[in-house]
Design a protein around this ligand. Structure first.
Ligand code: PGA
Length: 249
């Protein structure tokens, strides 16, 4: 199981160091490549230094769709790799809604990231209106296919480098975790789309995200086709995040 912690725009350097030290105390029980944390860009070098000899991997919450040049405020995939990161989250619903990031942009960013040697967590998720209307599976299929569109002709790029996170927008930060039935249905649907549209010998992991915590994570890990979780709020306290990691083992 993969347990990924998205710190979003939280934690100053001292708070982040304290949280990191809390996690590092348990390093010997962790499984390599299964725990990933996503600090803000600004504190990446500090946090990378703390974790560089540990089993915890570091990633960023976004990357640019460009290589370099006059793109004020952006950070390229090559720079992220150069800073020691192994992962990047692309297309988080907060970026899709607040920064108007389309699935086409997500796809172009994903190409830059895997080309730079990073592994990518691509987020998809329907909003509450899509769910109420009942057409959420169409919305998810469209997001998934478009977010992978620039990668789909090159299976080498997809191989071992892509992870999908299903994060229903209505479940993020609300305490309304999706039900077992909802998660099972969507994860099975995503696996089916992947296996019928892409010909590569790779069991692409699918994470669930949306109000995951230490109390509900054990049940989520038992659901078919759940390969891990993407955790926001509950990754900001070491005790809480450690309980989720423990539940994943
Ligand atoms: P949450 O956030 O766990 O706070 O709901 C999840 C996410 O946005 O990845």
């Amino acid at each position: 199981m993969i347990v990924a912690g998205n710190w979003k725009m939280n934690l100053n350097i001292n708070e982040a160091i304290e949280l990191s030290n809390g996690l590092l105390k348990h390093n010997e029980v962790f499984v390599e490549e299964k725990i990933i944390i996503f600090p803000s860009f600004l504190i990446i070098p500090e946090i990378y230094n703390l974790f560089k000899n540990s089993k915890i991997s570091i990633g960023t919450q976004d990357c640019s769709m460009y290589d370099n040049g006059a793109f004020t405020g952006q950070v390229s995939a090559e720079m992220i790799k150069d800073a020691g990161c192994k992962y990047v989250i692309i297309g988080h619903s907060e970026r899709r809604s607040l920064c108007h990031e389309t699935s086409s942009i997500v796809s172009q960013k994903a190409v830059k990231a895997v080309s730079a040697g990073l592994k990518v967590i691509i987020c998809i998720g329907e909003n509450s209106k899509d769910r109420e209307k009942g057409d959420y599976l169409f919305v998810l299929e469209d997001q998934l296919k478009q977010s992978l569109s620039d990668l789909s002709n090159d299976n080498n790029l997809l191989s071992n480098n892509i992870i999908i996170a299903y994060e229903p927008v209505w479940a993020i930060g609300t305490g309304n975790t999706a039900s077992k039935k909802d998660i099972e249905e969507v994860h099975k649907f995503i696996k089916e789309i992947i296996s019928s549209n892409y010909q590569f010998n790779y069991d692409l992991p699918i994470l669930y995200g949306g109000s995951v915590n230490s109390k509900n994570s054990s049940e989520i890990f038992k659901i078919n086709n759940v390969d891990g979780v993407l955790v926001g709020g509950a990754s900001l306290k070491s005790d809480e995040f450690l309980k989720i990691i423990k539940n994943s083992m």
